[in-house]
Structure formats: structure tokens, C-alpha cells
Design a protein around this ligand. Sequence first.
Ligand code: SF4
Length: 263
Amino acid sequence: MAKNSSIEWTIHTANLWHGCTKVHEGCDNCYAAALSKRWGNDIWGNDKPRKQIVSFWDDLFKYQKAANAACEMHQVFVGSMMDIFEKPMPLIDHKGNTLKFTTGDLRQMFFNNISKGIYPNLMFLLLTKRPSNINKYIPDEWKKCPPENVMFGTSPVNQATANNLLGHLLEVKGKRFLSVEPQLDEITLIPWLQNKSIHWVIQGGESGHHKRKFDTDWARKLMAECHATDTPYFFKQIDKVQPIPTDLMVREFYKSPMINGSK
Ligand code: SF4
């Protein structure tokens, strides 16, 4: 199966639901909120329901089958239109009918399936702007030993959000990554990279009509920190319009462990 996501650092995206609430300045121009509004969905904010995406389960089945056939591990970003560690929220179906279960129930089903080993060839990238909720919502056994095919990530946008969000992310066991997007100011990650707390760094500037300034020297600094500490580094974009300078065209991935003979 071909890559189905337009996001450069993953092969697939999958969404259990659509909808979220903005939490910090990185959310100001959230593309998912804008897309949802354009599609006529009123699902953003603490007082709004989320919309269930039923194709999620079939999509994962297809992705697993294709990755297994290719004898590979394929990354799945969960999710591009939601935050997987948001507090449990009411749900509606595609017709707007209220459902009897919540986003918390869907998340539990998903995590149970991962625990059962149903997706051995998928590496789930669980990215959240709410890392303080991760230990609240993962299964108890994951708190001691998370599955090999899960990475927990968060998105700092400046030094203040890095200091805050990393403090919470580091309370979680297992593999951790950062998606430093949309970066709004200079950041250093040296303390966390030197002690090997972070296993993959993605970096990029904002795109779209309201994009905020990105300085390529911020990228050179972070790339140098990653290379000095042997941390895989992926530069995504300046703003999706300006070409990426040759020296910044670095796109390394976290190397998945072998699972069931796959790579
Ligand atoms: S957490 Fe992510 S999905 Fe939610 S509003 Fe912020 S940028 Fe958008």
C-alpha cells in the first residue's frame, strides 16, 4: 500500500474522531479546526461534541495487512484531526446523532487492540499537546512497560512550552518524540537530548495564510543538537512555500525495532 498521508514524517494518518479544543499558542492557526469548519462541522471547543470516524478500524486493518505483506513497520500518526489524549468528550455520528459512548471509550478500545498485538507491523505515533494526560488514560500495564509499537510525542513551539510539555512527557515510560511545529521561537533541547530522554525530533515552521515567522537558524541549531547527541532529526518545512535549503534537507526517522520478523 502506498503512503496515504501528505504529512512527510508518517506513512499513514488515522483519526478515531474529529474535533478538539485549542490549548496553547501553537494551536492558534490549527489547520484541522479550519478544515472542520469548512466541512460544516461544529466540533471545536470544550462545549462541543466530537465526531466519530468509523473508517478508523478498517483503515488500521488495511495498513496492518499491507505492512505485514511488505515485511515492514509502517508509521501511523494518530491523529491529524484530533488530540488522542484529550479528556473524554461526547460523540456524534456522521449524521449528527448523539452516541451513547465517549471519545474515552473509543480510545480504550484502540489501546486494548494494541495491547492484544493486533497491529504488530504498525508503529503508532501518539502525538498530543496534553502530555500531562497520557498516564491518566493509558492502560495500567503501559505505565510500567508500554508496547514496543507505540511512541508518545508532544509539540512544543517555544522554550516555555518545551520546558512545560517535556516535563510531563518524561513522566511517561517508553519511546518519546517531539514534533516542534509550528516553531515560533528559538528552542534548545540539549538537556533532554543529552540524557537520551527524547528518541526522535521533527521540526518545522507554520504554513497557510496566517503563518508566523520561522528562522532557518532555529533549524540549524536544533539539527546540530540532534546530530551531536545521535538523535534522529527530521526537518519538515519552512512554510511549505519556500524551498528547504540543501543543508536542512535532513529527514531521518526513528528506527523501529524488529517485531515478529518485520523491520
Ligand atoms: S491540539 Fe492539535 S488538533 Fe487540537 S486544536 Fe491544537 S493543533 Fe488543533
